[in-house]
Design a protein around this ligand. Sequence first.
Ligand code: SIN
Length: 493
Amino acid sequence: MTIQEWTAKIKNKDLFISSAFIDGGWVSAQGGATFDVYEPSTEEVLGKVANLNRDDIKRAIVSADAAQREFYKTSTAAGRSLLLRKWNDAILANADDLATILCLENGKTFLEAKGEITYAASFVSWFSEEATRAYGETIPSSYANTTVLTLKQPVGTCAIITPWNFPAAMITRKVAPALAVGCSVVIKPPSETPFTCLALTKLAVDVGIPAGVIQVVPTKDREAATELATNPLIRKLSFTGSTGVGKMLTKLAAGTMKKVSMELGGNAPFIVFEDADLDLAAEAAMFCKFRCSGQTCVCANRLLVHKSIAPAFTAKLVKLVNALKLGSGMNPSTTIGPLVNRSGVTKVAKHIRDAVAKGAKIEAGGKEPSGPGFFHEPTVLSGVTADALVAIDETFGPLAPIFEFESEDEAVTMANATEFGLAGYFFSRDIGRVLRVAAALECGMVGINTGKISAAEAPFGGIKESGVGREGSLYGMAEYQIIKSVTIGNTHL
Ligand code: SIN
């Protein structure tokens, strides 16, 4: 099928938008600049989107700042909760169109895209409920006739910079808590996948979220984007992406002491102990490693398998991987889609070449299919050595490298031998080991006997160089609030 035939499947054509959204209007960049967005399975241009310059972004920030003050002054928590509920309902009502747009710009399968839309809506629903629970406290004072209170207030205008791997869910996981507490947001969507963000914004405004409190500033101009980290009107910066860019943005944000949330890179270990249920572990590895073609920051990057069960586990995994069907995400029979761009494919190939040169064996896949599209075969490597690149570097692609270990201590030491600390997984039926290893893994999130840890109610975030802050859950809202301490003295008067 052609791109035109695929885009024809979008029923509500108003959702396929290529303009920026500034000060309540859908606008072009000053001078009319645009950038191309590609459909990953054909490498064809899907559309051209407004490429904003620094002045455009400044204008959005000034407008969002004014809108935030008005929004917080004139809305109640219950009112903001209701707006989010309506946004949730609109997202779910338009799930097929949103999933088509997401699938076309990101490449993940339509089924995965539809799952992501539900996942994205779950954050809106969750924070709709949390909006009315922004409780402060009363604190017994050490002074006579004095009461201490805390007020939780919105931090102000927030810059939101999101990644291409979850074009919908990473928008809602940040924007919903911000709106719940009365902040405004200026969103820079990823240049690979801006269309889903623009469609979600249209739905938000259609249900009555005041136009100025959401602004969308697509740009490919890195220098223009730094305005989001330096402008003094921005009081909070939330970023999901690489550790390198996260460090750079944190340094820039420090210039005006902005609050920051950084969801950065990972190098997740996935440990299979000798007492694990191997069928369960192999199924979970499939989800955890190959979801979104291996392009999630909580993906298993290193499969650490006890030597005694490595051949049996490898055989089970290889069987499942060989059953995957690589193709366009829009094709209903596809079970694994392309990567988002050419550099993603190049990195997978580089990690395979390097590991094989150091002694690893290709058990499944291993090749880049010929023809157009950013495809790489899902691949399993056995006998990977500790000096392989993939041991220290996140592949962000469909490569499952199997390393062997001989004791629990060795497995934990291997798991923690990374500067990252986002997610970690292990499989065991020994309760003592479950508690020991959960405590010993140096990461912000642990999955035990499951590869599925992401949900609106579960705190999401890392330690070490995987970042700071938590998203989703009851902690996610605090990232967009300040705690103001109010002391009332001489209450006897
Ligand atoms: C991410 O990869 O950035 C998010 C993954 C998730 O929410 O599961």
